[in-house]
Ligand binder design. Structure first.
Ligand code: PLP
Length: 456
């Protein structure tokens, strides 16, 4: 099994990025609950024949569809070790918890947070953003919100850019504050949150008797990869007593690259940061993470006493507070191990270089797009995402959509579609450490070839 997966990763460029799933393959997964077991080699054979060939393809260097990390064999092996150990990272006194704490301290160091900062592994940034928003809600409303919920006035209001990820609105919804109370601030020409509009919105809400409590800036917006003006957002948050959160789902790890780091100036001022190791960090899914400046506030937001979670100063129940005190999960896997292995084996510098390399490839693609008279760039390339389209009259959207589907079905390269300022865009997100210039060239060559076929 190990050999098969190493082989798979080693020769992945020779495979299609993705392939359409035949009905017969889907039908394999309609069988009922097996009453009796089969031999492991037989089940492994099923995996090789019916699962592996029909993955989404994010390990492939030609995968550019969404901001998905590529993973590494190191991360894969660490996952195996973690599964063998079968550690439960909810709490208690064992070294796996210390490994998670060490990664928390590494992140505090990277983002120049104080040693008293807290952090927690979660599934992904959707969850991390929500936990940060709950800490901010607790700060705004005090301990009563935990026992009595969100009652009465004033209404809490949050702010983010119109380019922010949808999970910020969902966090407002799940926190009982209502997604209608998230103000989506318009973007400037660089697709950053318009900070004058942000401050005006906060002032207007305060004058209307509402309570502004949370602003989420984005480092690496999902559509175009823009980075909000962090020092200015930080200053506005500070002036208005509002929690300053950074959604750095993939972009926050640009801190690892000396070339990209200046674009993130001001991130060290955040009250909380959400990020994913499974995107630019190339750690296998899933490995989301939240970092909170005020560790005590974070603890107060979630800690829940229970007799079966009794703490002690010695024995296995020592070493409190535990990870389960910083979020809603009690049973938790050892996500920290694959992250720890990835940093230990490659080192922060090499991960930073891989991240920078994806940005160089995005710039290369943007230059090539600009040189093609038929293509137009739809947004500036701040990091690793390029949005462009074929210029065409009334049926431009249909053509661009058809070309993206053709490309995905070709198996050569897999971009995705999004909408940029009302126009359908071909979106290429370079995230995988395996991607090279040849993969960008193959994407463009196939796109141009498919385009000619559409004209026949
Ligand atoms: C990917 C992403 C998210 C969601 O993160 P998950 O790990 O998928 O939950 C949130 N915000 C941004 C900017 C993202 O790129």
């Amino acid at each position: 099994m190990l050999d098969d997966m190493i082989d798979y990763l080693q020769h992945i460029r020779e495979r299609p990025v993705w392939q359409p799933i035949p009905d017969a393959e889907r039908a394999v997964f309609r069988g009922g609950l097996p009453a009796r077991g089969s031999d492991l080699p037989e089940v492994h054979r099923q995996f090789m024949d019916h699962i592996l060939p029909y993955a989404i393809g994010n390990a492939h260097p030609g995968f550019f569809g969404w901001v998905h990390g590529g993973g590494t064999p190191v991360g894969m092996l660490a996952e195996m070790l973690a599964a063998g150990l079968n550690a439960n990272l909810g709490g208690r006194d064992h070294i796996p918890v210390e490994v998670e704490r060490q990664v928390v301290r590494w992140m505090a160091e990277l983002f120049q947070f104080p040693p008293t900062a807290s952090g927690l592994f979660v599934t992904g940034t959707s969850m991390a953003n929500m936990l940060a928003l709950l800490v901010a809600r607790y700060r705004a409303l005090g301990g009563a919100v935990r026992s009595h919920g969100v009652t009465g006035q004033p209404q809490l209001v949050a702010y983010t850019s119109a380019g922010a990820h949808g999970c910020i609105a969902q966090a407002m919804d799940l926190a009982g504050l209502g997604s209608a109370h998230l103000r989506k601030i318009p973007m400037n020409a660089a697709f950053q949150m318009d900070t004058a509009a942000l401050e005006a919105a906060i002032t207007a809400d305060r004058e209307a008797g509402l309570l502004p409590f949370f602003v989420a800036a984005t480092v690496g917006t999902v559509d175009v990869g823009a980075v909000d003006d962090l020092p200015v957002v930080a200053a506005i948050a500070e002036r208005n007593g509002v929690w300053f959160h950074v959604d750095g789902a993939y972009g926050a790890l640009a801190m690892l690259s000396p070339q990209l780091r200046p674009q993130l100036d001001g991130i060290e001022l955040a009250d909380s940061i959400a990020c994913d190791f499974h995107k630019w960090g190339q750690v296998p899914y899933d490995a989301g993470f939240v970092l909170v400046r005020d560790g005590d506030l974070h603890l107060e937001t979630f800690a829940t006493p229970a007799s079966y979670l009794r703490r002690d100063t010695r024995g296995m129940a020592a070493n409190s507070p535990w990870p389960c005190d910083f979020g809603p999960d009690l049973s938790r896997g050892f996500r920290a191990l694959k992250t720890w292995f990835t940093f230990q084996v490659f080192g922060a510098e090499r991960i930073g270089q891989a991240i920078y390399q994806t940005c160089l490839l995005a710039r290369y693609l943007a230059e090539r797009v600009s040189a093609e008279p038929e293509l137009e760039l739809l947004a500036p390339v701040a990091l690793n995402i390029v949005c462009f389209r074929y210029r065409r009259g009334h049926d431009g959207d249909a053509l661009n959509a058809a070309l993206v589907a053709d490309l995905q079905e070709s198996g050569v390269a897999a971009p995705s579609l999004t909408t940029v300022r009302g126009q359908l865009a071909i979106r290429v997100a370079v995230v995988n450490h395996r991607s090279r210039q040849q993969d960008i060239d193959a994407l463009l060559a196939t796109l141009l070839k498919l385009r000619r076929q559409h004209d026949l």
